[in-house]
Design a protein around this ligand. Sequence first.
Ligand SMILES: [Fe+2]
Length: 370
Amino acid sequence: MQRPFRIPVDVYLGPGCLSGLTDYLADKGFRKLLVLSDNGVSETPWFEPLTRSLPPHELIKGVEPNPRVSTVDRIALHARGSATDAVLAIGGGSVLDAGKAIAMLLTNDGTVMDYVGKNRFEHRAAPFIAIPTTCGTGSEVTWVSVLSEPETGTKWSVKGDGMFPTAAFVDADVLVTLPPSLIAATGMDAMTHAIEAFIARGANPASDALALQAIRLLVQFLGPCVRQPERPEYRARIMHASTLAGMAFGNADVGAVHCLSEGVGGLLDHPHGLLNTLLLVPVLRYQLPDIRDRLKEISAFLGAPMPETFIERLESMIGGFPLGRWQDLAISPDTFGDIARRAEQNGSNASNRKDMRALDYHRILQSMAG
Ligand SMILES: [Fe+2]
Protein backbone atom coordinates (compact mmCIF):
# COMPACT_ATOMS: atom_id res chain seq x y z
CA MET A 1 0.00 0.00 0.00
CA GLN A 2 1.24 3.48 -0.83
CA ARG A 3 2.38 5.51 2.15
CA PRO A 4 0.41 8.71 2.69
CA PHE A 5 2.25 12.00 2.26
CA ARG A 6 2.31 13.97 5.50
CA ILE A 7 4.08 16.69 7.45
CA PRO A 8 2.25 17.03 10.79
CA VAL A 9 4.55 19.81 12.04
CA ASP A 10 3.86 23.53 12.56
CA VAL A 11 6.57 24.85 10.23
CA TYR A 12 7.62 28.49 10.60
CA LEU A 13 9.90 29.25 7.68
CA GLY A 14 11.68 32.49 6.88
CA PRO A 15 14.37 34.86 8.08
CA GLY A 16 13.34 36.42 11.39
CA CYS A 17 10.64 33.82 12.16
CA LEU A 18 12.34 33.07 15.50
CA SER A 19 10.90 36.33 16.80
CA GLY A 20 7.59 34.44 17.08
CA LEU A 21 9.00 31.69 19.30
CA THR A 22 8.22 33.30 22.66
CA ASP A 23 4.56 33.88 21.77
CA TYR A 24 4.27 30.35 20.40
CA LEU A 25 5.61 28.84 23.62
CA ALA A 26 3.42 31.11 25.76
CA ASP A 27 0.34 30.02 23.76
CA LYS A 28 1.13 26.40 24.47
CA GLY A 29 1.42 27.09 28.19
CA PHE A 30 4.49 24.97 28.85
CA ARG A 31 5.54 25.12 32.49
CA LYS A 32 9.08 23.88 32.17
CA LEU A 33 11.18 23.40 29.06
CA LEU A 34 14.28 21.34 28.57
CA VAL A 35 16.51 23.34 26.18
CA LEU A 36 19.17 21.31 24.39
CA SER A 37 22.10 22.58 22.43
CA ASP A 38 25.77 21.95 21.71
CA ASN A 39 28.90 23.76 22.77
CA GLY A 40 29.41 25.51 19.41
CA VAL A 41 25.90 26.92 19.01
CA SER A 42 25.63 28.01 22.64
CA GLU A 43 28.73 30.23 22.13
CA THR A 44 27.17 32.19 19.25
CA PRO A 45 26.16 35.82 19.89
CA TRP A 46 22.45 35.25 19.17
CA PHE A 47 22.09 32.27 21.53
CA GLU A 48 22.02 34.05 24.88
CA PRO A 49 19.40 36.68 23.88
CA LEU A 50 17.24 33.89 22.45
CA THR A 51 17.33 31.72 25.58
CA ARG A 52 16.85 34.75 27.83
CA SER A 53 13.41 35.28 26.24
CA LEU A 54 12.23 31.73 26.97
CA PRO A 55 9.80 30.61 29.68
CA PRO A 56 11.22 28.69 32.68
CA HIS A 57 13.70 26.16 31.39
CA GLU A 58 16.79 24.14 32.05
CA LEU A 59 19.62 24.42 29.53
CA ILE A 60 21.81 21.41 28.66
CA LYS A 61 24.55 22.32 26.19
CA GLY A 62 26.69 19.25 25.83
CA VAL A 63 25.09 17.19 23.05
CA GLU A 64 27.96 15.76 20.97
CA PRO A 65 28.14 15.29 17.18
CA ASN A 66 26.74 11.86 16.20
CA PRO A 67 24.71 11.84 19.45
CA ARG A 68 25.04 8.75 21.57
CA VAL A 69 22.40 6.41 22.89
CA SER A 70 23.94 6.88 26.35
CA THR A 71 23.66 10.70 26.14
CA VAL A 72 19.97 10.47 25.24
CA ASP A 73 19.26 8.04 28.08
CA ARG A 74 21.17 10.13 30.61
CA ILE A 75 19.39 13.39 29.72
CA ALA A 76 15.98 11.71 29.50
CA LEU A 77 16.42 10.17 32.94
CA HIS A 78 17.29 13.57 34.35
CA ALA A 79 14.35 15.28 32.58
CA ARG A 80 11.84 12.67 33.80
CA GLY A 81 12.74 13.62 37.34
CA SER A 82 12.40 17.36 36.83
CA ALA A 83 8.80 17.93 35.68
CA THR A 84 9.84 18.79 32.11
CA ASP A 85 6.80 19.09 29.85
CA ALA A 86 8.42 20.00 26.51
CA VAL A 87 11.80 19.82 24.77
CA LEU A 88 13.31 22.63 22.70
CA ALA A 89 16.37 21.70 20.62
CA ILE A 90 18.60 24.41 19.14
CA GLY A 91 21.33 23.00 16.94
CA GLY A 92 22.26 20.86 13.96
CA GLY A 93 20.95 17.39 13.22
CA SER A 94 22.72 15.87 16.20
CA VAL A 95 20.99 18.12 18.73
CA LEU A 96 17.64 17.79 16.98
CA ASP A 97 17.83 13.99 16.78
CA ALA A 98 18.83 13.75 20.46
CA GLY A 99 16.00 16.10 21.49
CA LYS A 100 13.45 14.16 19.46
CA ALA A 101 14.38 10.88 21.16
CA ILE A 102 14.43 12.49 24.62
CA ALA A 103 10.91 13.88 24.02
CA MET A 104 9.76 10.33 23.24
CA LEU A 105 11.42 8.99 26.41
CA LEU A 106 9.56 11.58 28.52
CA THR A 107 6.31 9.73 27.85
CA ASN A 108 7.62 6.17 27.53
CA ASP A 109 9.51 4.09 30.10
CA GLY A 110 12.80 2.33 29.58
CA THR A 111 15.81 3.26 27.47
CA VAL A 112 16.00 4.43 23.89
CA MET A 113 17.33 1.05 22.69
CA ASP A 114 13.95 -0.44 23.71
CA TYR A 115 12.42 1.54 20.84
CA VAL A 116 14.85 1.01 17.94
CA GLY A 117 12.81 0.57 14.76
CA LYS A 118 9.44 1.96 13.74
CA ASN A 119 6.46 2.61 16.03
CA ARG A 120 7.87 0.53 18.87
CA PHE A 121 6.79 3.02 21.55
CA GLU A 122 3.28 3.29 22.98
CA HIS A 123 2.73 6.94 23.91
CA ARG A 124 3.06 10.00 21.74
CA ALA A 125 6.26 11.94 22.52
CA ALA A 126 6.18 15.06 24.70
CA PRO A 127 5.97 18.32 22.69
CA PHE A 128 9.20 18.87 20.80
CA ILE A 129 10.21 22.16 19.16
CA ALA A 130 13.12 22.13 16.72
CA ILE A 131 15.30 25.09 15.76
CA PRO A 132 17.84 23.99 13.13
CA THR A 133 21.10 25.94 13.09
CA THR A 134 22.63 24.23 10.06
CA CYS A 135 21.30 24.02 6.51
CA GLY A 136 21.20 20.27 6.08
CA THR A 137 19.55 18.07 8.63
CA GLY A 138 15.86 18.19 7.76
CA SER A 139 15.30 16.58 11.18
CA GLU A 140 12.97 19.45 12.11
CA VAL A 141 10.27 17.96 9.84
CA THR A 142 10.88 14.20 10.12
CA TRP A 143 9.84 11.48 12.55
CA VAL A 144 13.26 9.86 12.84
CA SER A 145 16.14 10.12 15.31
CA VAL A 146 19.49 8.56 14.36
CA LEU A 147 21.71 7.73 17.34
CA SER A 148 25.19 6.24 17.68
CA GLU A 149 26.33 3.35 19.82
CA PRO A 150 30.16 3.58 19.82
CA GLU A 151 30.51 0.28 21.72
CA THR A 152 29.27 -1.59 18.65
CA GLY A 153 30.07 1.05 16.00
CA THR A 154 26.39 1.13 15.05
CA LYS A 155 23.91 3.87 14.16
CA TRP A 156 20.37 3.10 15.27
CA SER A 157 17.14 4.68 14.02
CA VAL A 158 14.20 5.29 16.32
CA LYS A 159 11.05 6.56 14.65
CA GLY A 160 7.30 6.56 14.80
CA ASP A 161 4.08 8.42 14.15
CA GLY A 162 4.30 10.05 17.56
CA MET A 163 7.81 11.41 17.05
CA PHE A 164 7.23 14.23 14.56
CA PRO A 165 8.29 17.57 16.05
CA THR A 166 5.40 19.72 17.26
CA ALA A 167 6.91 22.80 15.65
CA ALA A 168 9.94 23.87 13.64
CA PHE A 169 11.33 27.41 13.49
CA VAL A 170 13.53 27.54 10.41
CA ASP A 171 15.22 30.92 10.52
CA ALA A 172 18.14 31.49 8.11
CA ASP A 173 19.42 34.36 10.25
CA VAL A 174 21.01 31.82 12.61
CA LEU A 175 23.29 30.66 9.77
CA VAL A 176 25.20 33.93 10.07
CA THR A 177 27.55 32.24 12.55
CA LEU A 178 27.98 28.98 10.60
CA PRO A 179 31.48 28.57 9.07
CA PRO A 180 31.60 28.14 5.25
CA SER A 181 32.88 24.56 5.53
CA LEU A 182 29.78 23.61 7.56
CA ILE A 183 27.47 25.49 5.17
CA ALA A 184 29.01 23.40 2.38
CA ALA A 185 28.84 20.04 4.17
CA THR A 186 25.37 20.45 5.66
CA GLY A 187 24.04 22.01 2.44
CA MET A 188 25.29 18.97 0.55
CA ASP A 189 23.54 16.75 3.12
CA ALA A 190 20.34 18.58 2.11
CA MET A 191 21.23 18.05 -1.56
CA THR A 192 21.70 14.34 -0.84
CA HIS A 193 18.32 14.20 0.93
CA ALA A 194 16.60 15.79 -2.07
CA ILE A 195 18.31 13.64 -4.72
CA GLU A 196 17.87 10.40 -2.77
CA ALA A 197 14.22 11.24 -2.08
CA PHE A 198 13.64 11.82 -5.79
CA ILE A 199 15.21 8.53 -6.85
CA ALA A 200 13.85 6.48 -3.91
CA ARG A 201 11.24 3.77 -4.51
CA GLY A 202 8.91 5.63 -2.14
CA ALA A 203 8.96 8.89 -4.14
CA ASN A 204 5.55 10.37 -4.92
CA PRO A 205 4.40 13.51 -6.77
CA ALA A 206 4.36 15.64 -3.60
CA SER A 207 7.82 14.58 -2.40
CA ASP A 208 9.07 15.02 -6.00
CA ALA A 209 7.92 18.64 -6.09
CA LEU A 210 9.70 19.41 -2.82
CA ALA A 211 12.85 17.54 -3.86
CA LEU A 212 13.12 19.25 -7.24
CA GLN A 213 12.71 22.71 -5.76
CA ALA A 214 15.31 21.93 -3.08
CA ILE A 215 17.77 20.67 -5.71
CA ARG A 216 17.24 23.78 -7.85
CA LEU A 217 17.82 26.13 -4.92
CA LEU A 218 20.93 24.26 -3.78
CA VAL A 219 22.46 23.97 -7.27
CA GLN A 220 21.92 27.69 -7.77
CA PHE A 221 22.72 29.12 -4.33
CA LEU A 222 24.87 26.75 -2.26
CA GLY A 223 28.14 27.67 -4.02
CA PRO A 224 27.47 31.43 -3.74
CA CYS A 225 26.44 31.01 -0.08
CA VAL A 226 29.66 29.16 0.79
CA ARG A 227 31.69 31.92 -0.90
CA GLN A 228 29.63 34.81 0.51
CA PRO A 229 27.84 33.60 3.67
CA GLU A 230 27.25 37.21 4.71
CA ARG A 231 24.61 37.57 1.95
CA PRO A 232 21.22 36.97 3.66
CA GLU A 233 19.41 36.14 0.40
CA TYR A 234 21.76 33.19 -0.21
CA ARG A 235 21.40 31.91 3.36
CA ALA A 236 17.61 32.11 3.18
CA ARG A 237 17.44 30.06 0.00
CA ILE A 238 19.62 27.21 1.20
CA MET A 239 17.88 27.12 4.59
CA HIS A 240 14.55 26.80 2.81
CA ALA A 241 15.98 24.12 0.53
CA SER A 242 17.14 22.16 3.57
CA THR A 243 13.67 22.01 5.08
CA LEU A 244 12.00 21.25 1.73
CA ALA A 245 14.49 18.39 1.27
CA GLY A 246 13.65 17.19 4.79
CA MET A 247 9.96 17.10 3.91
CA ALA A 248 10.80 15.15 0.73
CA PHE A 249 12.97 12.44 2.31
CA GLY A 250 10.77 12.30 5.41
CA ASN A 251 8.11 10.94 3.08
CA ALA A 252 10.09 9.19 0.32
CA ASP A 253 13.15 8.03 2.34
CA VAL A 254 16.85 8.22 1.49
CA GLY A 255 19.03 5.58 -0.14
CA ALA A 256 22.51 4.21 -0.73
CA VAL A 257 24.47 7.38 0.10
CA HIS A 258 22.95 7.46 3.59
CA CYS A 259 23.28 3.68 4.00
CA LEU A 260 27.01 3.95 3.34
CA SER A 261 27.58 7.17 5.28
CA GLU A 262 25.81 5.79 8.35
CA GLY A 263 27.90 2.63 8.06
CA VAL A 264 31.10 4.71 8.03
CA GLY A 265 29.85 7.25 10.59
CA GLY A 266 28.79 4.61 13.11
CA LEU A 267 32.16 2.91 12.94
CA LEU A 268 34.47 5.91 12.66
CA ASP A 269 32.50 8.92 13.97
CA HIS A 270 33.12 11.16 10.92
CA PRO A 271 30.61 14.02 10.34
CA HIS A 272 27.45 12.96 8.51
CA GLY A 273 27.33 15.91 6.10
CA LEU A 274 30.95 15.52 5.02
CA LEU A 275 30.53 11.79 4.39
CA ASN A 276 27.43 12.34 2.26
CA THR A 277 29.16 15.10 0.31
CA LEU A 278 32.04 12.82 -0.58
CA LEU A 279 29.91 9.72 -1.26
CA LEU A 280 27.17 11.34 -3.36
CA VAL A 281 28.85 11.41 -6.79
CA PRO A 282 30.48 7.94 -6.59
CA VAL A 283 27.14 6.39 -5.53
CA LEU A 284 25.17 8.17 -8.28
CA ARG A 285 27.71 7.03 -10.89
CA TYR A 286 27.55 3.44 -9.60
CA GLN A 287 23.75 3.39 -9.74
CA LEU A 288 23.40 5.37 -12.97
CA PRO A 289 22.07 2.59 -15.24
CA ASP A 290 19.20 1.98 -12.79
CA ILE A 291 18.40 5.59 -11.93
CA ARG A 292 19.01 7.20 -15.31
CA ASP A 293 15.33 7.98 -15.95
CA ARG A 294 14.91 9.73 -12.60
CA LEU A 295 18.15 11.67 -12.98
CA LYS A 296 17.00 12.66 -16.46
CA GLU A 297 13.96 14.32 -14.88
CA ILE A 298 16.17 16.25 -12.46
CA SER A 299 18.49 17.28 -15.31
CA ALA A 300 15.56 18.41 -17.45
CA PHE A 301 14.17 20.47 -14.55
CA LEU A 302 17.52 22.22 -14.23
CA GLY A 303 17.93 22.69 -17.98
CA ALA A 304 20.89 20.30 -18.11
CA PRO A 305 21.04 18.12 -21.23
CA MET A 306 21.63 14.73 -19.57
CA PRO A 307 22.13 12.95 -16.22
CA GLU A 308 25.90 12.84 -16.72
CA THR A 309 25.93 16.65 -16.99
CA PHE A 310 24.06 16.95 -13.69
CA ILE A 311 26.51 14.62 -11.94
CA GLU A 312 29.48 16.55 -13.39
CA ARG A 313 27.92 19.77 -12.12
CA LEU A 314 27.64 18.30 -8.63
CA GLU A 315 31.23 17.10 -8.84
CA SER A 316 32.57 20.52 -9.76
CA MET A 317 30.46 22.20 -7.03
CA ILE A 318 31.83 19.82 -4.38
CA GLY A 319 35.38 20.26 -5.71
CA GLY A 320 35.11 24.00 -5.07
CA PHE A 321 34.13 23.64 -1.41
CA PRO A 322 36.57 24.09 1.48
CA LEU A 323 36.30 20.43 2.53
CA GLY A 324 38.72 17.56 2.96
CA ARG A 325 38.97 14.68 0.53
CA TRP A 326 37.87 11.07 1.04
CA GLN A 327 41.52 10.00 1.29
CA ASP A 328 42.00 12.38 4.24
CA LEU A 329 39.53 10.28 6.27
CA ALA A 330 42.03 7.39 6.13
CA ILE A 331 39.38 4.66 6.09
CA SER A 332 41.23 1.36 6.19
CA PRO A 333 40.35 -1.19 3.48
CA ASP A 334 40.18 -3.70 6.34
CA THR A 335 36.90 -2.07 7.40
CA PHE A 336 35.26 -2.10 3.94
CA GLY A 337 33.60 -5.48 4.50
CA ASP A 338 32.12 -4.40 7.82
CA ILE A 339 30.91 -1.05 6.44
CA ALA A 340 29.39 -2.69 3.37
CA ARG A 341 27.54 -5.23 5.52
CA ARG A 342 26.17 -2.47 7.76
CA ALA A 343 25.08 -0.48 4.68
CA GLU A 344 23.12 -3.47 3.38
CA GLN A 345 21.43 -3.87 6.78
CA ASN A 346 20.47 -0.18 6.95
CA GLY A 347 16.71 0.39 7.16
CA SER A 348 16.82 2.60 4.05
CA ASN A 349 18.54 0.01 1.84
CA ALA A 350 15.18 -1.29 0.63
CA SER A 351 14.35 2.20 -0.67
CA ASN A 352 17.05 2.01 -3.34
CA ARG A 353 15.72 1.79 -6.90
CA LYS A 354 18.75 -0.35 -7.68
CA ASP A 355 18.94 -3.50 -5.57
CA MET A 356 22.05 -2.86 -3.42
CA ARG A 357 23.93 -5.69 -1.70
CA ALA A 358 27.02 -5.59 0.50
CA LEU A 359 29.07 -6.44 -2.60
CA ASP A 360 27.81 -3.28 -4.33
CA TYR A 361 28.74 -1.09 -1.36
CA HIS A 362 32.11 -2.81 -1.16
CA ARG A 363 32.78 -2.03 -4.82
CA ILE A 364 31.94 1.65 -4.30
CA LEU A 365 34.35 1.84 -1.34
CA GLN A 366 37.07 0.12 -3.36
CA SER A 367 36.60 2.47 -6.32
CA MET A 368 36.91 5.48 -3.99
CA ALA A 369 40.09 4.10 -2.43
CA GLY A 370 41.60 4.33 -5.94
FE1 LIG B 1 21.39 13.20 5.98
